[in-house]
Design a protein around this ligand. Structure first.
Ligand code: F6R
Length: 242
């Protein structure tokens, strides 16, 4: 299902956040210890803000982040651990020990992916996964060429993605070159996907994801293989859909 929200960019973002929050609220009401898949970046912020206004019991809800940079100093404010804590855990009042980020268990990086997969499986899988999309067509940090069967692993960020994310750092030199990310196979295992995108810069990636060939050259096109996907867009992000 594709939902296109009219109005000014700010109005559309607010409405999109509300819609995605409605989907998440339904899941949490039906299952108080639901497992949420968490995206970072700018796109999901309206979702967390809308959820924060709702009288829901978050104490048993569990979370797994999509990805994490490799190589930032511990406690760096732009590490996804810090971002998830600030923007999701603190905003909603989640129980910190129930929210996981790849590589945050203190073990070796090279085997962190396998441990993360095991932790997701032990939690019974992700009930609802929130996704943004990169201009390269990435979901998580699965850049073009990522296998649809991929699981959580170490990846190299493209220069385009490093440039896009430089806005969160003092300079592009500070943006890590590597990351841990859930694989496309991991993401497709979630019971439900909610992908949000705003702005014209995402329009080509969105068109490819929703209508293009299912192809590793546009990793987000993998969502076409999933039976329960909601894509929530503003008019600019939807502008290249036919
Ligand atoms: C973030 C993530 C990425 C972002 C994407 C869009 O955890 O996995 O796929 O969702 O890069 O980023 P924003 O929302 O900042 O445009």
């Amino acid at each position: 299902e594709v939902v296109i929200l009219p109005g000014s960019p700010d109005e559309a973002k607010r409405a999109a956040g509300k819609l995605a929050a409605d989907l998440i609220e339904r899941v949490v009401r039906a299952k108080p210890d639901a497992v949420l898949g968490l995206a970072t970046g700018s796109t999901p912020l309206p979702v967390w803000h809308s959820l924060a206004t709702r009288p829901l019991d978050w104490s048993r809800v569990r979370g797994f982040a999509l990805d994490e940079y490799i190589g930032l100093p511990d406690g760096h404010p732009e590490s996804y651990r810090a971002v998830i804590t600030r923007e999701v855990v603190d905003t909603l009042g989640l129980t910190p020990s129930l929210v996981h980020v790849p590589g945050d268990d203190g073990g070796e990086i090279q085997t962190a992916g396998d441990r993360y997969e095991a932790a997701i499986a032990a939690a019974g899988g992700v009930d609802i996964q929130v996704l943004g999309i990169g201009r390269t067509g990435h979901i998580g940090f699965n850049e073009p060429g990522s296998s649809f069967a991929s699981r959580t692993r170490v990846k190299t960020l493209t220069e385009a993605t490093r440039r896009d994310n430089a806005r969160f750092f003092d300079s592009i030199l500070e943006v890590p070159r590597h990351c841990l990310t859930q694989g496309l196979g991991t993401i497709l295992d979630a019971r439900r996907l909610v992908l949000l995108a705003f702005g014209e810069a995402k329009a080509d990636a969105v068109a490819g994801a929703v209508e293009g060939p299912v192809s590793a050259s546009l990793p987000a096109s993998a969502i076409q293989l999933h039976p329960e996907v909601t894509v929530i867009l503003d008019e600019a992000a939807a502008s290249k859909l036919r």
